[in-house]
Ligand binder design. Structure first.
Ligand code: GRF
Length: 204
């Protein structure tokens, strides 16, 4: 299934997806890496891996979200994309875009949702004194960091943790669960019932 990875920055989750997709048995083909920033470091990584890249600069649209998304949709269509994976993509998508990609749009978030949606999740986890923190892969629905959960991984919060130390521990788990969850979706193993995602067994 031709899949686009949408990024805004470093692209370490994108790199994890690319490396999983190198296995010919992996059900998603990363056919495009699309960034809303020309300076996203992940673009170079994708190009070095031989993956087509595109930039639709959100800045150029000055708050015209519909115009920005129309330009993105055109790129996605041009590359024959059937599945979209957000990986550190720092723009909120409109309900129209989310609706268009319903069930085919997935995101990774660095917290155990529904705890800590939004930004600075590691700082907030430390401030809240939680003992467990982690990451979530979810289908995207209209709210920010909302939608049926596909996969989660938890990590301990350790005494003396800094946001950076905690982020690194979580990121290692992101790189593990995102390729797995994307594979379930690409293989058609995900069903949504009453707002919850059910993952069916792999066909033998
Ligand atoms: C990750 O922590 C991801 O969960 C969050 O933004 C960060 C992106 O990192 N949405 P990278 O660009 O994948 O390295």
């Amino acid at each position: 299934l031709r899949t686009a990875v949408l990024i805004s920055g470093r692209g370490s989750n994108m790199a994890a997806l690319l490396s999983a997709a190198r296995d010919p048995a992996y059900p998603a083909e990363i056919a495009l890496v699309l960034s809303n920033r020309a300076d996203a470091a992940g673009l170079e990584r994708a190009a070095a891996a031989g993956v087509p890249t595109a930039v639709v600069e959100s800045r150029g649209f000055r708050g015209d979200r519909a115009g920005f998304e129309a330009a993105m949709q055109a790129e996605l269509a041009r590359h024959g994309i059937g599945l979209v994976a957000l990986a550190g993509f720092m723009r909120v998508l409109t309900p129209a875009f989310v609706e268009h990609w319903a069930g085919r749009l997935v995101n990774i978030h660095p917290s155990l949702l529904p705890a800590f949606p939004g930004l600075e999740t590691h700082e907030r986890a430390l401030a809240a004194g939680v003992r467990l923190h982690g990451c979530t892969v979810h289908l995207v629905s209209a709210g920010v960091d909302e939608g049926p959960i596909l996969a989660q991984a938890a990590v301990p919060v350790l005494p003396g943790d800094t946001p950076a130390a905690l982020a690194a521990r979580v990121l290692a788990e992101e790189h593990r669960i995102y390729p797995a969850a994307l594979a379930w979706l690409a293989a058609g193993r995900v069903r949504v019932e009453a707002g919850r995602a059910l993952v069916t067994e792999a066909a033998a």
